[in-house]
Design a protein around this ligand. Structure first.
Ligand code: GAL
Length: 429
C-alpha cells in the first residue's frame, strides 16, 4: 500500500512537472525561438504615454521596431498620468528593488543625471553612440543634457517646447484679439475676453505640474534666460525681486482661469480651447499632438500658437530620452530598440504624432506640419533653457517641493508664503 502510494506520488509529480514545462513554453508564445529553450527575446518599454494625446507616437515607434525585429516581443509598460505623475513613483520602486524595465522614459538634465546616473543605475552609451554614427547627429546641447562626467547615458527621441500658448483662432477673431507678446498685452486681451464672457486661460491642475509649468514660463519671461538659469544653479536666491514679481504675475494670471481647473488634467483643459470654451492654454506641445490626432483640429485653422508672453526667442526645452539601465535582461534587444528610436526613421514616425520636433539634426522637415516646421526653426535660433516642471533644471526632490508649494499657492494666492517655501526648498539645490 505504502509502495503504491509512493508510486502515485511519483506519477503525480511527473504530471505536475510536464504541466509546468508546457506552461512555461506557452508563456513564451509569440516568440517561436523560445520553443528551443532560448532566452525570451523581449523588450519592456516603460513610459507614461497612454491614452489621448500621448500614445500615438509610441505605438508608431513600437510598430516600426516590430517590423524590423519581428522576433522580439514588446511589452508596452506605460502607466498613465501626465508628466509621469504616477509612472515616476512606480519606476522608483522598481529601480530600488533591482527590477528595472529594459528601458524607460526619462527627461534629459537633472532627472537623468542627478537621479538615475548619480545613483549608479545606468550604463554609459558612448560606444553605442559611436557605433550608430550619432555623435554629430544630435545637437551638442542635447548630448550635454544626457551626459554626466563625459559619459552619455540616454538617447533623446524628441524635443518638446514648454513655453507655448495655444489659442482658439475663432475666439481670437471673433473678439478682435491680437497675439499678445508682453504681460500687459496678455492681461489686456484676458480682460477683453473675460468681459465678453469667455474664459481667457484654460488650466487643468488636477496634477500640479501644469501650474508649475505656467509659473516657470512667467519666471522666464521676467528673469530672462541668464537669470532663470542662474536661479536654478543657486546663484540667485528665490526671494530675488524678479521671482517675487513673477509670483505676483502668476497670482494675477490665476484670476483668468476656468473655475473647475482643479478637477481637470491637461487633456481636459486643452479640450476647453479645442471646443471653444476657453481662449488660450499654456501647454507643452504634446498638446499639439492632442489637438491634431485626438480632436482632429487643423493647425493654423482651428488653433494657433505663440510663445508665452515675454519669451519670444526663448525655448524651454523638454527632451524625452531612453537609456540602458544596469542589470537588465535582453540588453542586445534593448539596444536594438534604442537604435530604432534614435534613427531618422524612428524619430520621423514618432514626432509628427507626438507634437514634438526630432532630436536629430538630419530628420526630414517635410514630415512635419507648419507647427513642427516653425518650432524647428525657433529651436535652431532661440536661447535654450531647461524646464523645471519636467525635471531638467533641478533634482526631483526640489521639484516635488515646488509642485506642493504651487498647489497651495493656486488656492491661497499668498505670495509671501510661496516665496518663503521656495526659498526653503532651494536649500536642496
Ligand atoms: C512630459 C513629457 C511629454 C508629455 C508630457 C505630458 O513630462 O516630456 O512627453 O508626456 O509630460 O504627459
Amino acid at each position: 500500500m505504502k509502495k503504491l502510494f509512493s508510486l502515485f506520488l511519483l506519477v503525480l509529480s511527473a504530471l505536475i512537472f510536464v504541466g509546468c514545462s508546457s506552461d512555461s513554453s506557452s508563456d513564451g508564445e509569440g516568440d517561436g525561438a523560445n520553443d528551443a529553450g532560448e532566452d525570451n527575446k523581449k523588450v519592456e518599454i516603460f513610459s507614461w504615454w497612454t491614452g489621448a494625446g500621448e500614445e500615438d507616437g509610441l505605438l508608431a515607434l513600437i510598430d516600426l521596431f516590430k517590423e524590423k525585429h519581428p522576433e522580439v516581443e514588446v511589452d508596452n509598460a506605460a502607466i498613465s498620468g501626465g508628466a509621469g505623475t504616477n509612472a515616476k513613483a512606480v519606476l522608483a520602486t522598481r529601480m530600488q528593488g533591482d527590477d528595472p524595465p529594459s528601458t524607460f522614459q526619462v527627461h534629459g538634465g537633472d532627472e537623468l543625471n542627478e537621479g538615475w546616473v548619480a545613483a549608479d543605475k545606468m550604463q554609459p552609451l558612448n560606444d553605442f553612440f559611436e557605433e550608430q554614427g550619432w555623435m554629430d547627429k544630435f545637437p551638442q546641447d542635447l548630448i550635454d543634457m544626457v551626459s554626466k562626467d563625459g559619459n552619455i547615458y540616454s538617447v533623446p527621441v524628441n524635443i518638446h517646447r514648454g513655453n507655448v500658448m495655444f489659442y482658439n483662432m475663432d475666439i481670437f477673431e471673433e473678439h478682435g484679439i491680437e497675439i499678445p507678446t508682453t504681460f500687459d498685452e496678455f492681461f489686456a486681451a484676458a480682460d477683453k475676453l473675460q468681459e465678453a464672457g469667455v474664459t481667457p486661460l484654460a488650466l487643468g491642475d488636477k496634477e500640479a505640474w501644469t501650474a508649475t509649468q505656467l509659473f516657470e514660463n512667467i519666471l522666464l519671461g521676467v528673469l530672462e534666460p541668464e537669470d532663470y538659469t542662474a536661479l536654478f544653479n543657486g546663484e540667485i536666491p528665490f526671494d530675488d525681486e524678479g521671482v517675487v514679481e513673477a509670483a505676483e504675475i502668476f497670482k494675477k494670471t490665476l484670476d483668468y482661469v476656468n473655475e473647475d481647473h482643479a478637477s481637470r488634467n491637461w487633456q481636459d483643459a486643452s479640450q476647453l480651447v479645442g471646443n471653444g470654451e476657453a481662449a488660450m492654454i499654456n501647454m507643452g506641445d504634446w498638446a499639439k499632438g492632442y489637438f491634431s490626432n485626438d480632436l482632429n483640429l487643423e493647425t493654423n485653422e482651428d488653433f494657433g500658437y505663440f510663445p508665452n508672453p515675454e519669451t519670444v526667442g526663448e525655448f524651454v526645452i523638454i527632451t524625452d530620452t531612453f537609456g540602458l539601465p544596469k542589470g537588465i535582461d535582453n540588453e542586445e534587444e534593448t539596444k536594438e530598440f534604442l537604435a530604432v528610436l534614435g534613427s531618422v526613421e524612428g524619430q520621423d514616425v514618432f514626432n509628427p504624432l507626438k507634437g514634438s520636433i526630432p532630436a536629430r539634426l538630419d530628420a526630414d522637415p517635410s514630415k512635419y506640419d507648419q507647427y513642427g516646421k516653425d518650432t524647428m526653426e525657433d529651436f535652431s535660433e532661440a536661447k535654450l533653457v531647461p524646464t523645471l516642471a519636467h525635471g531638467s533644471a533641478a533634482p526631483e526632490g526640489f521639484l516635488t517641493k515646488v509642485n506642493q508649494a504651487v498647489n497651495i499657492f493656486v488656492t491661497q494666492r499668498d505670495v509671501d508664503t510661496f516665496i518663503d517655501t521656495l526659498k526653503k526648498a532651494a536649500s536642496d539645490l
